[in-house]
Unconditional design. Sequence first.
Length: 257
Amino acid sequence: MRKVIAAGALTIGLSGLFSSPASAHFPWINTDGYTLHSGETPHISIGWGHRYPLGRFLQQEDLESMSLREPGGYAIPLRASNSVEFESEEALSTPGTYTVAAQRKTGFYTKTTEGGKRQSKEGLENVLRCSRSHMTMKALLTVGEDEGEVNSTPVGHPLEIIPQANPSSLRAGDYFPVQLLLYGKPHQGKLFATYMGFSTEKDVFAYTAKTDKEGIGEIRILQPGVWLIKAEYEEPYSDQTVCDVEAFYATLTLEIQ
């Protein structure tokens, strides 16, 4: 299955440019190395913005949770080394693919004619739009020489991108299959993907795909490097007097050699 949404022809010849429809900031996981030697300790931070990989960093106080799971699924403790950086409490020695997972604290954001407010629309005047956002992010780290099966067990995020192949086994030109889950069930939606260095423009991605009824979609690996995959979804908020929409964002970062 390869359902790709084609971009319209551009007179300047940049047919690979795609823009994400949402205007909200989104988070992603950074690390000082996605491919590690056995015995190394990763240093992790959370990027925040519109222009991957440029932007700010989320503070420790902004996060609801963060975890690091080894190939078998067991949790490895993380500690904060400063307000924006985290590291594992032990070196990563078991060969395989590790999963870093994090969730930003859920919160309201209301846009008014006077500016934005980090609250619901209750009590506000001249409201343009209110959203309650759930933002989650994951990253895949490869330790040692590993081209075995990737751990595809969901971590339980409300919107989640699940890898279906080991990044270590892929090269430029291959397709990277993923599954998109919403509330733990397969979801048909769009996937936006880009690689580090492709563009510094706001919300511009190198590739867009669509998932099928099983939630499966494929990203064409256009070149080696660190990649980001993003998904988003909105639904009406349960009480329209409080807020307009419930918004979900999920990202996955990984490296293709």
